[in-house]
Design a protein. Sequence first.
Length: 98
Amino acid sequence: MYLGPHDLLVGRPLVPITVGGHHLLLVRDGERIVAAERACPHEGADLGLGRCVAGRLLCPRHLASFDLRDGSVSPGWSFRALRLFEIESASDGLWLRM
């Protein structure tokens, strides 16, 4: 699914987006762009209100954090990992692989 142009995240580390009925969050982590489910698996907080620090996405409600490489939650939390989705950068923009 097409997400938008390459400059979609310029100056914005977190971009909430809805694609095909899925509420996602695009996250820029250095040069990488990752797509994640937008609701925290714990209590559904909007992760778009969180922040990205050192390769981890922080939940704004409870400060649990998720590794942007595999979605795993920080130690001390007992809920499932955050779902991550592959982003492909093509000549015409960013594409989501689901």
